[in-house]
Design a protein around this ligand. Sequence first.
Ligand code: DGY
Length: 327
Amino acid sequence: MKVLVTRPLPNEAIEMLKKKFDVTLNAEDRPLTRQELLDGLKGKDGVLCLLTDKMNAEAIGANPQLKIIANYAVGYDNIDVKAATANGIPVSNTPGVLTDATAELAWSLLFSAARRIPESDRFTRDGKFKGWGPMMLLGRGITGKTLGIIGAGRIGAAFALKSKGFNMNVVYYEAAGKNEVLEKELGAKKVDLPELLKNSDFVSIHVPLTPETKHLIGEKELKMMKPTAVLVNTARGPIVDEKALAKALKEKWIFAAGLDVYENEPKIEEELLKLENAVLVPHIGSATVETRTRMATLAAENIIAALENKIPPTCVNPDFAKLKKSK
Ligand code: DGY
């Protein structure tokens, strides 16, 4: 069986795959070009791909021989799951193993934006620190404030639970229903989106990117937020209208934002790059040694299961089996 791995990954996973299959690895640490991806998929039984690889209907339709598409991410908006299911191909992701790493990064961004850490660092290095100042680099306090969580799934809930030490009032917006754990552990209250935006001092986004969540936060929503509020996005860039956010930060509709993800990665809205109240990091939510290793081995476990004719452990389209041809 032949497997394509589209980018160098922690070696444990590559070794697991090499023990069983003929592995083609893109050894260069850069995304494959579209043509390289399409060529690389030809004749492969499985692919371990990344969120930068567009596994759309074209790529899938041209490779119905695939028996597994294993994404190295929990989000899988880069894959046309409908097209995969229609071709009887299971798709897997990496849930669970990156929950804490992503929640930790969301907190890092919240602190960095609220307490102006990157800006203070630049200030210090630029030799502007001339001694303690009563009005120097004032940020926003966190303890006892209202925390608004958009999406109370695995990552949103883990992020919320980590607020315990800060004695916060937690509200959440969740289309899928109540989160009993958050209600019991934190006294959290489920609210609608406008109520969350109007009342929260900190808003953190944890929903997947779908047609329904694209631009969930636009000009109208940003205008509902407090001028003292901080917005954090570690989910997917297109959930926030980036141009509207740049305007909101520039015109001080909100205090600051902490972003890990962007609408058109790796491009970033020019205006955002100029703003001191935008804390910007390059999509590193899951970037810890432990998490990336576990993501890689989980993706490999999914490939091994599928190529051994078993249901992949973290399959997102179990319906694939209904349409599975004799492959
Ligand atoms: C994901 O898993 O969806 C992250 O964005 C990358 O780890």
